[in-house]
Write a protein that binds this ligand. Structure first.
Ligand SMILES: C[S@@+](CC[C@H](N)C(=O)[O-])C[C@H]1O[C@@H](n2cnc3c(N)ncnc32)[C@H](O)[C@@H]1O
Length: 274
């Protein structure tokens, strides 16, 4: 019998698959979130779009007067929050047309000059290089990006010398936590290898707000270990400014671990400079 050889998808194949997978969730995200987003805009509660760790770090860095770019920004609501905090220029980049269109509606509603670009981070025009003081990425971005070294090199190129990059992400250990039983007494079970180099092909719901079930196209997700993330950043020419692991569940999917007496690192905040 012929042996099946696993062929890793190319970056283009993974990006194309992920675009289809994310376009399919736009309508569901809008359905559950639009009203809440409009309410916050109406009440000018823009910083509510940022979680506490991001907000504190962005306040510490002081974004006032800075040119910022958020990669994998989804509908740009966090980018909008940073603009409302006083950034002089705020650009959001996302692969998914539906999210970018929603972001444009949100910016119109808020009457703020948010710039949005529909593009893969790997295809950004070189004209954006050397144009920003801060690159920001938040929860659920890195796993869609197959090539970390290339990603961090792109981020470095977007920044002027002295610029910073803030990453507020889910901790990679979460990829191997098995969370069927959500009772507080439950001890977490490890499933899968933290050291896997294989992509994960999923076809479950990407609606991380309310978990709507729909006919979901297959997505490609890449597990990156913390040492790989940090090494790629250093190789691209960044230095570490602050690095904090946190038991906070910023992914909205591990609340039960966050409430265990024995804490696990569920998220981290990494600020780089160059
Ligand atoms: C988990 S979402 C979220 C991010 C954001 N932190 C939020 O809370 O809304 C991941 C986003 O990454 C985008 N994405 C995936 N691959 C991308 C790529 N290659 N370039 C740019 N955006 C990408 C998806 O379209 C999606 O909006």
């Amino acid at each position: 019998m012929e042996q099946q050889v696993f062929k890793k998808p190319t970056l283009q194949e993974s990006t194309a698959a992920n675009k289809l997978a994310w376009e399919a969730v736009v309508v569901h995200h809008k359905k559950s979130q639009s009203e809440r987003i409009s309410q916050r805009i109406l009440e000018k509660r823009f910083t509510d779009f940022l979680d506490d760790d991001s907000l504190l770090e962005l306040q510490r860095i002081d974004v006032k007067g800075k040119r910022i770019i958020q990669l994998c920004c989804n509908n740009g609501r966090e980018t909008l929050a940073i603009l409302a905090m006083g950034a002089s220029r705020a650009v959001g980049v996302d692969l998914t047309e539906g999210f970018i269109l929603q972001g444009k509606e949100i910016a119109f509603e808020a009457n703020l000059p948010l710039e949005l670009i529909c593009s893969s981070v790997y295809d950004l025009p070189e004209s954006l290089n050397n144009s920003f003081d801060l690159v920001y990425i938040s929860i659920g971005a890195l796993g869609w990006l197959q090539d970390l070294n290339r990603f961090f090199a792109i981020c470095r190129n977007l920044l002027v010398d002295g610029g910073k990059m803030v990453i507020n992400e889910q901790h990679p250990i979460c990829a191997v936590l098995f969370d069927e039983d959500k009772s507080v007494e439950y001890a977490p079970v490890i499933q899968g290898s933290y050291f896997t180099e294989e992509p994960y092909f999923g076809a479950d719901s990407l609606d991380y707000y309310v978990g709507t079930e729909y006919n979901a196209p297959e997505y490609h997700w890449y597990h990156h270990r913390l040492d790989q993330i940090i090494t790629s950043a250093l190789v691209a020419g960044f230095a570490i400014e602050t690095f904090r692991e946190s038991p906070q569940d910023i992914a909205n999917s591990f609340e039960h671990y966050a409430s265990l007496p024995c804490k696990l690192p569920l998220s981290y905040l990494l600020t780089l400079n160059c």
